[in-house]
Design a protein around this ligand. Structure first.
Ligand SMILES: C[S@@+](CC[C@H](N)C(=O)[O-])C[C@H]1O[C@@H](n2cnc3c(N)ncnc32)[C@H](O)[C@@H]1O
Length: 274
């Protein structure tokens, strides 16, 4: 296992998912890495229901649906155990669920078997946390939600550029990031320290399973839209930065769009690869 600190909480949670006997138990014990909730009353069905609500609204608001959607292909980067993947398989003809953790991918397959269209699903292991092992121009849509904020900044930038590379010209990328807020002045340096502790063999994996420390350690970057769009601007057109109406975040030469369903600390880049 890589000792890169920001990967440890996900791989630790992934090992827990492998040990549990059912996907419901996975949600009950590792809910903390997905939606900050745990508890014996949680079920996989309830967890997937949250994705079922979110996916159609993002697809509609971002203009990602067309009469051809059911014949189109997409990749979800950071699919976890398939919370949103189920809904994607009901919308798209083929879906690639990709994640850093192979254990999550197995569970994603199981989740989609129960609540989605599993014949439309393939999985892809992002073994190095930064590259997508697939040819260029492969999919119509690359989508990622609450994943890039957990990556080392270089990995987040590399995965963004991979998302653009694997998307067909004229397709869409819809990628979610977390912007900087005042509390980050304190949280980010503490998070960096905690991630250093995660790298200590044995102790690090134990610590990463403690919810409080995982939450401190997993916020690994606060990239600005310009840092993301800048290097890719020759490859993109129709760049939109989507934000909450209370957010002031902007991107150079990007159209600013607002949707109150977006967390006020988050933003999305929606763009068309040339
Ligand atoms: C908070 S979960 C979100 C899962 C899913 N997008 C959802 O909304 O339910 C973040 C996911 O990103 C994955 N992840 C973290 N770093 C990654 C990386 N460098 N490459 C690919 N996946 C990564 C984790 O393993 C985890 O499954």
């Amino acid at each position: 296992m890589s000792r890169r600190g920001q990967l440890v909480p996900w791989k630790s949670a992934g090992r827990i998912t492998e040990r549990e006997t059912s996907a419901d138990e996975v949600v009950q014990t590792t809910g903390w890495v997905f939606n900050n909730e745990t508890g014996s009353s949680l079920t996989l069905e309830q967890f997937v229901a949250t994705g079922d609500q979110e996916v159609p609204s993002y697809l509609t608001i971002f203009g990602l649906r067309s009469p051809d959607t059911e014949t189109q292909s997409m990749i979800e980067i950071g699919c976890g155990i398939g919370r949103m993947t189920c809904a994607f398989t009901r919308e798209f003809g083929s879906v690639i669920g990709s994640d850093l953790d192979a254990g999550f991918l197995e569970r994603c397959h199981e989740t989609v078997s129960r609540f989605g269209k599993v014949d439309r699903l393939e999985t892809l292991h992002v073994a190095d946390g930064r590259s997508l092992d697939m040819p260029p121009n492969s999919v119509d849509l690359a989508f990622s939600y609450i994943t890039f904020q957990h990556c080392d900044p270089d990995d987040a930038l590399e995965l963004t550029s991979e998302a653009v590379r694997v998307t067909k010209p004229g397709g869409k990328v819809a990628l979610n990031y977390r912007g900087r807020s005042r509390i980050d002045t304190v949280v980010l340096p503490i998070g960096q320290f905690v991630r250093t502790l995660f790298r200590i063999p044995g102790f690090g994996s134990w610590l990463a399973r403690r919810r409080f420390f995982a939450r401190l350690g997993w916020q690994a970057n606060r990239l600005t839209p310009d840092e993301i769009i800048g290097p890719l601007s020759p490859l993109l057109k129709d760049v939109e930065v989507w934000r909450n109406p209370k957010s002031k975040i902007t991107g150079y030469k990007a159209s600013i769009k607002e949707f109150d369903g977006i967390n006020k600390h988050h933003y999305w880049i929606v763009a068309t690869p040339r």
